[in-house]
Design a protein around this ligand. Structure first.
Ligand SMILES: *Cc1c(COP(=O)(O)O)cnc(C)c1O
Length: 376
């Protein structure tokens, strides 16, 4: 009963207890050494992550939002350039486009995977289009092979928002496999605590296989400074701190185990909920593994009433995302209106994410699914 009363959307405390010694010792070392910024743990983490992802360059930064902004700055995009993305994402994806004076162009979603619908991509390309920014939503990759093909054909950059899918594998039709975030020109991720690879504060990183882009990324992330007090370009200040790198170095070797624990919970959910006529369980893309940052179902019925009823029974849930960004107040100027992206708009009303983390017990999963089935 105690476990059931304690169901959390994300359980970081119990995960911490398993790596406590390493984290505590590493943090004490950083504090003693005084190397808080760009210390040895940060350099080690960049190397460790590059090797895990099998990518040439990893540049850590302060958070996932910064990673996206730095990526677009490093590509040298100019005000008025168009970036094609989705409206069904965390606001950061669209915010950084707008912030840089670029124009977000929205494409609707594939109704099965809830990722960018590649069938609608080419129609959105204009002479101003410079970049495609797919989001690997909930832990599963957008159709990167199709996106890269279209990008090559039209000479466009691709920046992957990989904040939710780190560790996911994409397989191309020639059988080659890649980690998400390493396929486009630049991949971006977030180490926000609740992400699949999260630290104990803010953190982020950019990945690329392109040496020249890697240099630009490092330049932009560090005030555009090419050597001390010599500035090559306008930059930002965006750093991962050493204390956060300690946590990430402790967690990275467990990332695949964490992913397996999430996939196991997802399989339980699938089996329990998969046959209900009013529930659409997450579909699996043929080209991508799913690392289940979220386990998100689509319900045919009153989603908000379900959320409240679950809460009354001690079951937390979240709605990612309740409002489509293209009709949100800050983005009105781009001229979109209700009805422009029907799948996006429908999902905002019908999706609900159930508790998903590495520490879920079968007893808790049974309690959650029994109640969902009763209430939906
Ligand atoms: C979390 C997230 C971000 C932003 O990351 P922060 O570290 O919070 O800045 C960007 N895009 C997506 C899809 C996210 O889920």
């Amino acid at each position: 009963m105690l476990e059931i009363q304690n169901i959390q959307m994300v359980d970081l405390h119990n995960q911490y207890l398993k790596i406590k010694q390493e984290v505590d010792a590493g943090m004490a070392e950083v504090i003693t050494s005084g190397a808080f910024v760009n210390g040895p743990p940060v350099k080690a983490f960049a190397k460790n992550l590059a090797s895990y992802l099998d990518v040439k360059h990893v540049t850590p930064c302060a958070n996932g939002t910064d990673a996206l902004q730095i990526a677009l700055m490093a590509l040298g995009l100019k005000p008025g350039d168009e970036v094609i993305t989705v409206s069904f994402t965390f606001v950061a994806t669209v915010e950084v486009i707008a912030l840089l004076g670029l124009k977000p162009v929205f494409v609707d979603l594939d109704p099965n995977t809830f990722n960018l619908d590649v069938a609608q991509l080419e129609a959105a390309i204009t002479s101003h289009t410079k970049c495609i920014l797919p989001v690997h939503l909930y832990g599963q990759a957008a159709n990167m092979e199709a996106i890269m093909e279209i990008a090559h054909k039209h000479n466009l950059y691709v920046v992957e928002d990989n904040a939710q899918a780190i560790g996911s594998d994409v397989t191309f039709s020639n059988g080659k496999s890649f980690k998400t975030g390493t396929i486009g020109h630049i991949g971006c991720t977030s180490f926000y605590p609740s992400k699949n690879l999260g630290c104990y504060g803010d953190g982020g990183a950019l990945f690329t296989n392109d040496d020249e882009l890697a240099n630009k990324i490092k330049l932009v992330a560090n005030h555009g400074q090419i050597k001390k007090y010599t500035y090559e370009t306008i930059g930002v200040n965006s750093r991962l701190d050493s204390l956060q790198a300690v946590v990430l170095n402790a967690k990275l070797p467990h990332l695949d185990t964490y992913i397996k624990a999430r996939q196991k919970a997802a399989t339980y959910y699938d089996q329990a909920l998969g046959n209900h006529p009013n529930i659409q369980i997450p579909s699996r893309a043929t080209w991508s593994s799913h690392v289940f940052h979220q386990y998100t179902i689509k319900v045919n019925g009153n989603r908000d009433a379900l959320k409240i009823a679950l809460k009354e029974r001690g079951i937390p849930s979240m709605v990612y995302y309740p409002t489509p960004l293209h009709i949100g107040k800050p983005y009105k100027a781009y001229g979109y209106k209700l009805g422009d992206l029907p799948i996006t708009e429908q999902l905002c009303q019908q999706v609900i994410s159930l508790p998903m983390h590495t520490e879920l017990e079968e007893e808790q999963l049974k309690y959650i699914t029994d109640n969902v089935l009763e209430l939906v």
